[in-house]
Write a protein of this length. Sequence first.
Length: 262
Amino acid sequence: MSDNLPRKGIFGTEDRTLFCAHVDREYHLSVFLPSGYATSNQAYPVIYLLDGDIFLGMAAGLTPISHWMLGTPEVIIVGINYDMESLDQWSKLRQLDFKIPEVKDAPPDSHADRFLKALTQEIVPFVEANYRIVSSDRCLYGYSSSGFFALYALFHQPDAFRRYLAGGANLHIAYPYVIQHDEQLANRKATNPIQLYLSAGELELEQFPFFHQLVAFIEKGIYPGLTLITEIYPGEKHGSEGAALTYLHGIRSVYLADRPSP
């Protein structure tokens, strides 16, 4: 990248910076606003997009098209970013935030517990204090390691979000962990519904057996108010296609599922 040219942002976004004491680091929040936000008083559902450095462009491009073509609602998207300068830096930082030492191959100083507190006690309140948000309609998106974190959040603080999109979610480590840490999800009241969209590629050979095991475990019906929506992508491995399909099919599934049948 040339030092003489400005770094280009994504259309329709506002960039904010927030220091989070729980993890002792600064996050860059890219807030993508619906086209009519400035000229209305409407409040909007919000999608918290993990790995925002990588996935915000995808989400900002696909979400308006999904609204126009499929009727999914207009939403605010909050990309949670590191403002990193290299993919190596991004990879290291996300493993710290999204994993915990109890799972296979995680960094010994990984801290998903602390990042969950930063997300729910610092980032979410900051966004809701500064934007017109429907606070009862939050969605969390994650893919791969951030998909693992989406499941971690669901099982540890299920009512923080109404909708969870978890794709390619490192299920070979997620499944053994979450089934041993399901007290919060099992003991919650069913008053507030939760939707989980869980996806995997057909060729994700390491994860695929655990996908079926987790689905079977959840379908036992021991989690009050939880609706599970699953999808397997034929011919897909772990990668960019799965990330995009998880987002696009996920928002269609969890938002349109609320609408009554004609």
